[in-house]
Write a protein that binds this ligand. Structure first.
Ligand code: SAH
Ligand code: TRP
Length: 321
């Protein structure tokens, strides 16, 4: 059985070839992160979350196993709206707990990737007739305002440490957008990866089976298709470094030979050793994340963690209501 996907993304919001050209010509070359997630990218991300090294998914799932019922008691949600849901595997824990108490529940899965939305639907379609599943395809940076509100108490979910993939300014803009959208009865559950031993962090982005490497290189296939370019993924190596000063993983594609890319009837010259930034993943302390909440109009009501304090789920409400 298939399910309708509502599309709210605006094609004009997508970056132009001109903008991509500029990003690739800057001193620090970069490619927007969202291009990591085509069909294959979404599948590879799912595989990353099952690797031994990637502690984030299983730790977050454990916290949800332990605290779903407290989270639901505090939030009183009748509706769950998840941004960047991926496969919704972890969210299923929360959904099953909510269904124990409620006669009906709405779950809205919002993602840029239709593959992710389909995985999410398949994960949840058979669990209960009391569950109403809605799938929305859109960009969580540009399209949040377009999401419909209802009168029901809603719990927004932003899991998987995805906030860590934004720079400070974008994180604050994103959270401010949500806090302004939140009603008095709404809450936000936010998954945050904490600062810890750097070898543990580094390993999570350098799994020994090379899945993260495949995931990183796939971004070139995605932009080749999207913009008709001629990047050769084999001419790049995967590089994920931990920048201790900034408490962030920086993921690059590092050229292993000199090459030319045809773009807008010009050529971009790439030298051996040049690095293209594809993703950052920030790690926070309780203090550094609370600073962001304050600047975004959010108030932390409660937080939940694992025994090693590797990861935290923050339950927040808007302080503007
Ligand atoms: N929440 C899941 C998936 C995290 S991976 C988990 O915790 O495992 C990040 C997810 O965000 C992916 O499913 C990806 O497709 C989605 N995503 C990335 N950029 C996006 C954007 N700009 N707008 C909406 N979704 C996006
Ligand atoms: N939000 C995830 C994180 O920061 C995204 C992610 C996991 C990721 N593994 C990755 C992004 C590898 C790029 C490369 O952990």
């Amino acid at each position: 059985m298939s399910h309708d996907i509502k599309e709210i993304s605006n094609k004009e919001d997508s970056i132009s070839l001109k903008e991509l050209n500029l990003m690739l010509r800057k001193k620090q070359k970069s490619i927007p992160t969202k291009f990591l997630y085509d069909d294959l990218g979404s599948k590879l991300f799912e595989d990353i979350s099952n690797t031994e090294e990637y502690y984030l998914t299983r730790t977050e799932k454990k916290i949800l196993n332990n605290y779903s019922s407290s989270i639901l008691n505090v939030s009183g949600a009748k509706e769950l709206l998840e941004l960047g849901s991926g496969s919704s595997k972890k969210t299923k824990v929360l959904i099953l707990e909510a269904l124990k108490e409620k006669d009906n529940l709405t779950y809205i899965s919002f993602d840029i990737s239709t593959k992710a939305l389909k995985m999410s639907y398949n994960e949840l379609k058979n669990i209960s007739s009391k569950l109403d599943i809605k799938l929305v395809q859109g960009d969580f940076i540009n399209d949040i305002e377009k999401l419909q509100s209802t009168k029901e108490p809603r719990l927004y979910l932003f899991l998987g440490s995805t906030l860590g993939n934004f720079d400070n300014e974008t994180a604050i803009k994103f959270l401010t957008n949500i806090s302004q959208k939140m009603k008095k009865t709404d809450f936000l559950l936010l998954g945050i990866d904490k600062i810890k031993n750097k070898d543990v962090i580094k390993a999570a982005y350098n799994d020994k089976n090379g899945i993260t490497e495949k995931f990183n290189k796939n971004i070139l296939n995605v932009i080749n298709k999207e913009y008709n370019l001629n990047f050769q993924p084999d001419k790049f190596n995967h590089l994920a470094l931990y920048n201790e000063d900034k408490s962030q993983i920086e993921m690059y594609l590092k050229a292993n030979s000199k090459q030319k890319i045809d773009i807008l009837s010009e050529k971009i010259e790439i030298n051996s050793g040049d690095k293209i930034l594809t993703e950052i993943s920030r790690k926070f302390s309780d203090t550094s994340i609370n600073e962001i909440f304050e600047k975004s109009g959010l108030l932390s009501v409660k937080n939940f963690s694992d025994e090693k304090s590797y990861y935290s789920l923050y339950l927040l409400r808007s302080n503007q209501k």
